[in-house]
Unconditional design. Structure first.
Lengths: 223, 419
């Protein structure tokens, strides 16, 4: 990460926010483009081929989900880190299911944000404590529906998520559970894949309970 | 409707009792009409007048009902049944007079129950058309249904509905016009054959005019009331909004302007206000008042405000805030203050898993941590306060810390509260 800085595109409809993020990130990453709506975002991404896209959930013309849906077919698509002022699960979980590798709130500290960008840039998932809590909730509502070939979380995965929700960094989680930080990471990655592969059916109970039926959730193209 | 409904939102419901009486009266009238005709054929004009008046009133009532009711289909069906029933009654009364001169009771009864089809259809179609027209016009006059009661929608939606000429009104007028034409032709033929029918025709025309003119007027009046109620509700909601924003956001903005030179204070005020506004917009303050999750949010916001720390709070599930929940909340407050005191500037996380069976809250700071076996006595006191409080509430508290690895307080409640 140090020899060539990560190239980042910031997609957010608030100009002030983009400027703020650019200023914060500049010592650590190279902000190669900005966009205010999905169409512009796709154009800038195609031009710049960034490593990471910081994507706001709430955008005009379809929101961050529209960008993720359009990127789903892209062979060279960049890693996407969802960014939102919202802390509602119904905003965040669909973004992850549509292909974002992580989610952070806009109040995140700069060093945390840089860390999250670094992690998704190499293809790892970044779960903030709150996202981990959302995901635990999403998976805890319906019992695993094994007859459909759908998977719930393994006890270990649950344990890892639980620790993330409590605010433990990966290294400490590894220490506490007697596994390596890398293994913690792979558990998180497995959870992310399960979340993306899970069908509407599996999460619909949870969605219904929260008063949202995921008609805006596009199935990701591939795992 | 009466004047009281104009001023009191929700008052139309109170009219239900009197509506029932009117419906009962109309039903009686419709039953009495054929009875009179059966008893003495000399009374046929009275029977006819009663039948016409009854069916007209029933139609008006059902029209209003159909227009106001949420279950439209059922009301349309009822309307249809009443119209057909009224027609049978009227037709029976007519045939009693025209067809069964001097016949006995049995003959009159059979006239009542057997009605020649062609005349009935001839009468039914145009009258049904007219009734449909009246209903359509009335429907076109009512305000658009307030399907979305959400105050937020009402606040943000542009209220720009113009007074367009609804297709319902046009179609309704066409239907009534067509019926009038048909009735004139049919009526002319009957009257030519039977001059005695002239008073009957006049009564029918008068009633029809009353129904056609009166129903839309009545419904428009109801619609006005509804609109007025909606406007009042909207205004109330707007005032509630304004009052809330004034007490919260404007107040905070004023404070921020005054203390603009102190970034820490500004940040704290902004954070506090953000918490409050979010909770209010999500309806949490109203919906979840009195639950453990709401109390936790409140206590976290309070500590963030007092001590200058920033807490990441995640809550799964919820449960009622009972005595043990209050002890838990107090313990969380203690743990947060402790973290603020001993790990200043460190990130603090609160994760709560709540259900009726179990409540677990984890308060963790990313600070320097400590060795639990060698804590100074005064810190042990705080710890005992947390542990003792939880034990008294029938729960437990555990403290997990190591030098360089932060500190975590685990607070657990089992089962439902046992006071």
């Amino acid at each position: 990460m140090s020899e060539s800085p990560l190239r980042v595109v910031v997609v957010d409809d608030h100009q002030l926010f983009r400027a703020g993020v650019r200023a914060e990130l500049t010592p650590h990453c190279e902000v190669v483009g900005e966009a205010a709506d999905p169409a512009e975002a796709l154009r800038v991404i195609a031009e710049q081929r960034p490593d990471v896209v910081l994507l706001d959930v709430h955008l005009p013309d379809g929101g961050g989900l529209a960008v993720l849906a359009a990127l789903a077919d892209d062979e060279l698509r960049p890693a996407v880190l969802a960014l939102s002022v919202s802390d509602a699960a119904e905003d965040v979980v669909p973004m992850i299911r549509a292909g974002a590798l992580g989610y952070v709130t806009k109040t995140i500290q700069t060093d945390e944000l840089v860390g999250a960008i670094g992690r998704v840039a190499v293809g790892d998932a970044y779960f903030s404590p709150r996202l981990a809590a959302f995901v635990l909730e999403a998976f805890s509502a319906p019992p695993p529906l094994l007859e459909d070939g759908l998977e719930g979380l393994t006890p270990r995965e649950r344990e890892v998520l639980h620790h993330i929700a409590r605010g433990y960094p990966y290294k400490q989680i590894g220490l506490r559970l007697g596994i390596s930080a890398r293994t913690v990471e792979s558990h998180v990655g497995a959870v992310l894949r399960k979340l993306q592969l899970s069908t509407r059916h599996e999460l619909s109970h949870w969605a219904m309970r929260r008063g949202l039926l995921g008609d805006e959730i596009d199935q990701p193209e591939e795992a | 409707m009466s004047a009281e409904t104009l001023t009191m939102p929700g008052a139309p419901r109170r009219a239900v009792g009197s509506t029932r009486v009117v419906i009962a009266l109309v039903g009686c009238v419709l039953l009495i009409a054929p009875a009179i005709a059966l008893l003495d054929r000399g009374l046929w004009p009275w029977a006819l007048v009663l039948a016409l008046a009854g069916s007209g009133a029933a139609t008006v009532l059902l029209t209003i009902w159909t227009v106001r009711s949420a279950r439209r289909q059922a009301m349309w069906a009822a309307l249809f049944v009443v119209v057909v029933a009224s027609l049978i009654v009227i037709r029976a009364a007519v045939s009693l007079f025209l067809g069964a001169n001097g016949a006995g009771f049995g003959q009159r009864l059979s006239d009542l129950t057997f009605v020649p089809g062609s005349t009935l259809i001839l009468l039914t179609l145009p009258i049904l058309g007219a009734v449909a027209g009246v209903v359509l016009i009335a429907d076109g006059l009512r305000p658009p249904p307030g399907d979305d009661p959400s105050a937020w929608r009402q606040m943000t939606d542009a209220r720009t509905r113009g007074k367009r000429l609804s297709w319902r009104i046009v179609v309704g007028a066409l239907l009534i016009g067509w019926t009038a034409l048909a009735m004139i032709f049919v009526g002319a033929r009957y009257v030519a054959n039977n001059p005695a029918l002239i008073p009957l025709v006049l009564i029918a025309v008068a009633l029809a005019v009353c129904v056609v003119v009166g129903t839309p007027l009545l419904v428009a009046g109801l619609a006005r009331t509804e609109r007025q109620n909606a406007a009042t509700a909207w205004e109330d909601e707007r005032q509630r909004f304004a009052a809330h924003l004034h007490d919260s956001v404007l107040q905070t903005l004023a404070l921020i302007q005054r203390q603009a030179s102190e970034p820490a204070v500004v940040a704290r005020l902004a954070r506090r206000q953000e918490h409050a506004l979010r909770a209010w917009m999500a309806g949490e303050t109203e919906l979840f008042g009195g639950t453990l999750a709401a109390a936790l949010r409140e206590v976290v916001a309070g500590v963030e405000d007092d001590a200058e720390i920033s807490v990441e709070l995640s809550i799964i599930g919820d449960r009622a805030l009972a005595a043990d929940g209050e002890a838990l909340v107090a313990a969380v407050r203690e743990a947060l203050r402790n973290a603020a005191r001993h790990a200043p500037g460190a990130a603090v996380f609160v994760f709560a898993e709540l259900s009726a069976e179990r409540a677990e809250v984890f308060v963790r700071d990313d600070g320097p941590g400590f060795d639990p076996d060698s804590v100074p006595a005064e810190r042990r006191g705080v710890r005992d306060a947390i542990v003792g409080r939880m034990a008294a509430a029938g729960g437990e508290a555990r403290i997990d810390a190591a030098p360089g690895q932060g500190a975590e307080v685990m607070l657990i409640l089992n089962g439902r509260e046992s006071r």
